[in-house]
Write a protein that binds this ligand. Structure first.
Ligand code: PHE
Length: 323
């Protein structure tokens, strides 16, 4: 009976229960032993011996079954934990930096090569740095050129990266300057194909002795050629900015023959130099402000500036360069 019962046992727990039934303190063998005392004396040794033999057989059977179950459990565990090395791995999508970031980094690398330092400034800027230090006192009509998001009467989201010029001049205390400042700027525009209330600029500022308009033109020509190709021409058109004099707007000659504006620039206005702690009779400076989206739109033939800001992965994925 024990043998057939053992055949159906598949785990240790059931095995222990069955073993207790036969070999436990109140098990069948124990109760058989109890009956010995009722036997005639001459039969006791013989029956006692038989019971012991049965007991030993049972113990052996249970031991054997226990080792079979252990083997079985090891096998089960092993197959549950086994790894199928032939399954395809999980695909990890590799991202890229945003196209605007790629352009900024490309231009940064170029300017760093020319000895420029990269500077940053706050996006929430005081009216003082965003306008006044740049020769735009309150009520100056040219403030209307840059429709602004004011936070309170004295603070606004910077409308251009030029306030970093003013900050750097004060920090540099009369020493020569050669910086670029990439960053986000904000203007109160209705967004459409060519306007975005948020966009990026790279400001440049060089101050030192004998800095001239030809330095400015040479610098701009080389950065444009680096970005668009060595055969590109640029055209400087007279323009107006309160913080530069003379001021120019710079066009790039495009493949289809059109001239397209990409940046504003000029010689730093004497008032701006003075407010920044520089003597306009001793040093000169040039400054420029590059529109980053504008560069990207032209180079990659992007038809809508909003593409930069809607984070459509199908758009972003096309620009796998960068880090
Ligand atoms: N700050 C100007 C703008 O945003 C661009 C500029 C920068 C012009 C530096 C001249 C010199 O329109």
């Amino acid at each position: 009976q024990a043998k057939t019962q053992l055949e159906t046992i598949e785990n240790n727990n059931d095995l222990n229960n069955l073993k207790a039934q036969y070999l436990g303190k109140k098990g069948d063998i124990a109760s058989l032993m109890m009956t010995l005392k009722d036997l005639p004396n001459d039969e006791k040794p013989k029956v006692g011996k038989q019971i012991n033999e049965i007991k030993q057989q049972l113990e052996a059977m249970f031991e054997e079954k226990r080792s079979v179950i252990e083997q079985l459990e090891i096998q089960l565990k092993l197959s549950a934990e086994s790894i199928d090395v032939t399954l395809p791995g999980l695909q990890t999508e590799i991202g890229t930096s945003h196209l605007l970031q790629q352009i900024v980094e490309e231009l940064e690398a170029f300017f760093i090569g020319l000895g420029y330092e990269v500077k940053e400034g706050p996006e929430v800027e005081s009216d003082h740095y965003n306008f006044e230090m740049l020769n735009l006192p309150k009520d100056h009509p040219a403030r209307a050129m840059q429709d602004s998001f004011y936070i309170d009467p004295n603070r606004l989201l910077r409308t251009h990266t030029s306030p970093v010029q003013a900050r750097t001049m004060l920090e540099s205390a009369g020493e020569p300057i050669k910086i670029i400042c990439p960053g986000k700027v904000y203007r109160r525009d209705d967004d459409d194909q060519t306007h975005s209330h948020q966009f990026m600029q790279i400001e440049g500022l060089v101050i030192g002795e004998d800095i001239s308009m030809s330095d400015l033109k040479g610098t701009l020509l080389s950065v444009i050629r680096k970005f668009f190709g060595q055969d590109r021409e640029i055209r400087l058109r007279p323009s107006y900015f309160p913080f530069t004099e003379p001021s120019v707007e710079v066009d790039v000659h495009h493949e289809d023959g059109r001239w397209i504006e990409v940046l504003g620039a000029g010689m730093v206005h004497p008032n701006v130099l003075k407010m920044g702690g520089y003597d306009p009779d001793k040093v000169q400076g040039f400054a420029f402000g590059i529109g980053v989206e504008r560069l990207g739109i032209l180079k990659y033939k992007i038809d809508d500036i909003r593409q930069f800001y809607t984070n459509d992965i199908r758009f972003l994925k096309q620009f796998k360069g960068g880090r």
